[in-house]
Design a protein around this ligand. Structure first.
Ligand SMILES: Nc1ncnc2c1ncn2[C@@H]1O[C@H](COP(=O)(O)OP(=O)(O)OP(=O)(O)O)[C@@H](O)[C@H]1O
Ligand SMILES: [Mg+2]
Length: 378
């Protein structure tokens, strides 16, 4: 069931469209992750949801009720702010208790919940301190505890883990997920870290320039990106992109780049035929390039490209290989292998088998996928 529905939300500051026609549904117990580069409108979207920013146009509903004009304190939204926004003159205890006290909650409940929330975020030894006596990471955890101690109808997290070290971030992420599952309330989690988005979200919304380009599960965004931007944003290392042109070859369609040619898979031919002769962008994910011997599909000249190995980086599962295409204007690209590659390959030319069914193709001008998408405008 949809708990929160934002329809065509717009936020305009003078001549700046910070949020440009955003529509979002958040399920009753869903954790929706909002990702996108700095300045794309993530915080502004959250501020409209919580009620701190007037909505220029569009409709925001909590359940059946339109809340555009409802004041923040009557919306009952808990938010973890990007800059913590904890009160400097209050102790950690008072900061965490603040929301519950402001809502005149039962004292016994407050004195039970505040230490429990502090324990969860490992700041229970700091309850008597003031924020200036805390590190950045500790302050961030106070902000988390303060928001999560409450029973709210919607939880908003604005990059809540940015200042934690890797281990604490992992722990805090687990704690947030655990609490989310326990409470079962709609939540929106903002990050610009796509791997955090993949780890946390039931669904992920990818935002750019005030607009949402695509909403879907991590797998959908990864396998079927609607745009070059989404394809590039999701996945590490990022997808390799090459300028290319589509050419007819006796009924087959060849994707011709400056350095190599690969043949389009049969199942994409119908979708891309109309682009023959036009400039496109070819996308090849690093994990879809295989040493021919290990390729899980038949290897032929039509699906083999070549590169010179520059660097081999061992990973826990195999290695990441940095290569350059052949030819005068060599272009760097990356392949990830499930096996180690001996260092003796550095400087050598190697063949790579391309999984043609995983090829991505984008219109070079509009950057929209030729293969996936509902034909939305952005
Ligand atoms: N009060 C304001 N007046 C004018 N412009 C603003 C205001 N607040 C935000 N903006 C602009 O709106 C755009 C979106 O800002 P927002 O804070 O929502 O981005 P963000 O996606 O949260 O970025 P970050 O990842 O850096 O936090 C930015 O270009 C910003 O400069
Ligand atoms: Mg922000």
């Amino acid at each position: 069931m949809v708990a929160i529905a934002a329809t065509n939300l717009v936020k305009r500051y003078q001549d700046k469209l910070a949020v440009n026609d955003v529509s979002l549904d958040i399920g009753e117990d869903e954790l929706l992750v909002l990702v996108g580069p700095s300045g794309c409108g993530k915080t502004t979207t959250l501020r409209m949801l919580v009620g701190l920013e007037p909505i220029t146009s569009g409709t925001l509903r909590f359940g059946e009720k339109v809340v555009n004009e409802i004041r923040p304190k009557d919306r009952n939204v808990a938010m973890v702010f990007q800059d913590y926004a904890i009160f400097p003159h209050f102790t950690v205890y008072e900061n965490i208790a603040y929301g519950m006290r402001a809502r005149h909650e039962n004292r016994a409940l407050i004195s039970e919940r505040v230490p429990a929330a502090a324990r969860m975020f490992r700041i229970d030894h700091l309850l008597k301190r003031k924020p200036r006596q805390l590190s950045g990471g500790e302050r961030q955890r106070v902000a988390l505890a303060r928001a999560l101690v409450r029973d709210a109808s919607l939880y908003l997290y604005d990059e809540p883990l940015a200042n934690l070290d890797a281990q604490l971030r992992h722990q805090a992420r687990e704690d947030i997920l655990l609490l989310h599952r326990e409470k079962g309330r709609p939540s929106v989690y903002v990050t610009h870290d796509q791997s955090e988005a993949m780890a946390l979200g039931d669904r992920i919304a990818v935002m750019r320039d005030g607009k949402i380009q695509q909403i879907g599960t991590g797998t959908e965004l990864y396998d079927q990106p609607y745009s070059r931007f989404v394809a590039f944003f999701i996945g590490t290392p990022s997808i390799n992109l090459f300028d290319a042109e589509l050419r007819n070859n006796n009924g087959e369609i060849d994707i011709v780049t400056q350095a190599f040619t690969v043949r389009a898979a049969d199942e994409m031919k119908e979708k891309i035929r109309g682009h023959i002769g036009r400039p496109v962008t070819l996308g090849l994910r690093p994990e879809d390039l295989h040493p021919p011997r290990n390729a899980p599909f038949p290897v032929t000249a039509e699906n083999t490209i070549h590169g010179i190995v520059n660097v081999i980086e061992p990973t826990s599962t195999g290695c990441t290989v940095y290569l350059t295409t052949l030819g005068a204007e060599g272009q760097d690209f990356i392949a990830t292998f499930k096996a180690r590659l001996p260092a003796s390959y550095i400087g050598k030319e190697v063949p790579l088998a391309v999984n043609r069914r995983k090829i991505q193709l984008f219109d070079a001008e509009t950057e929209r996928s030729l293969l996936y998408g509902p034909g939305i405008q952005f």
